[in-house]
Design a protein around this ligand. Sequence first.
Ligand SMILES: Cc1cc2nc3c(=O)[nH]c(=O)nc-3n(C[C@H](O)[C@H](O)[C@H](O)COP(=O)(O)OP(=O)(O)OC[C@H]3O[C@@H](n4cnc5c(N)ncnc54)[C@H](O)[C@@H]3O)c2cc1C
Length: 297
Amino acid sequence: MLFDTVVVGAGLIGLAIARRLQKAGHSVMLFDQGRAGGEASWAGAGMLAPHGESFPDAYWTRLAHHALAEYPGFVDSLNATIDFRISGAIEYRPGEQLEFPDEAQVNPRDLVAALRPGLSVAENTRVESIKTVPNGVSINGIQARTAVVAGGAWSSLLPGLPASFPVRGHMLAFEMPSGSLPQILRRGHTYLLQRASGLTLAGSTEQHVGFDRSLDNEALAELAVRAGELWPELAGRQLDDAWCGFRPATPSGVPEVHQLPGSPLWCAYGHFRNGILLADVTAELVANDIVAALASD
Ligand SMILES: Cc1cc2nc3c(=O)[nH]c(=O)nc-3n(C[C@H](O)[C@H](O)[C@H](O)COP(=O)(O)OP(=O)(O)OC[C@H]3O[C@@H](n4cnc5c(N)ncnc54)[C@H](O)[C@@H]3O)c2cc1C
């Protein structure tokens, strides 16, 4: 069978692109070297915080604000139970306290669970290379007219692609009474947010250690202190969970979201600290581009 598109990587970015293409009537298949949504899209906190994050340029800043405005519609369109709320955020800067009432939070694992059904994903299947053939591409023996690389931090391990690299981030989790932390709290690189269940997440770290999955206990202890300073309810409290994940970074800081010139291949990776926020707007850009390209083919 000839697919319209094969997507390499079934994280939030790949799943959101595949869903939009499928909705447009295209045949799509995804490959993931592990579990769909099992990497950064599992580890992420889920702050939807364009005011609190920095973006590489004016275009991505605008897109981030647009993504926040579009998020309720995206969540509604999934028709699933998703822990999403426009909670607002409070940010402490030296001498001032800023409020961003429009900022929101989402559990990215709920998004993965909602996006995954109905999509054809070959899990535990690594793509080693993408071969260009006369009518498109050949990937793991599957032929497609176009392909998207949405492999997160691993993307440029595939030959010939713009560079990506991992930046490890840790999260801590504390079981707290549900509703006890209504807003996102931030100070510098420390932030707190609370799932509907009460599970309260504290982030994070930025470590350049390659794909080392081990937890850094010193960094966790330091993060726990920062979390307790930000919200005294957490000070000295026993940790209930901790994990880490690999943010997909690029050398310029600009996500790679474009067609590779003269090829049937699109890049969609490098969203670093904001891939949960930017997932569906990225999907819209890439899917529209592919639909237009295939229509004129
Ligand atoms: C600790 C932490 C906190 C974060 N907090 C936030 C936040 O609050 N808000 C926010 O917006 N973002 C946040 N992020 C960032 C966000 O999680 C990522 O930007 C986003 O999840 C990236 O999605 P992705 O689909 O590109 O990557 P991933 O979720 O990593 O998915 C890539 C997938 O590609 C697969 N893959 C890679 N190479 C291959 C191959 N060759 N063959 C087959 N499969 C392959 C991988 O197995 C993986 O499943 C956070 C990240 C971390 C780590």
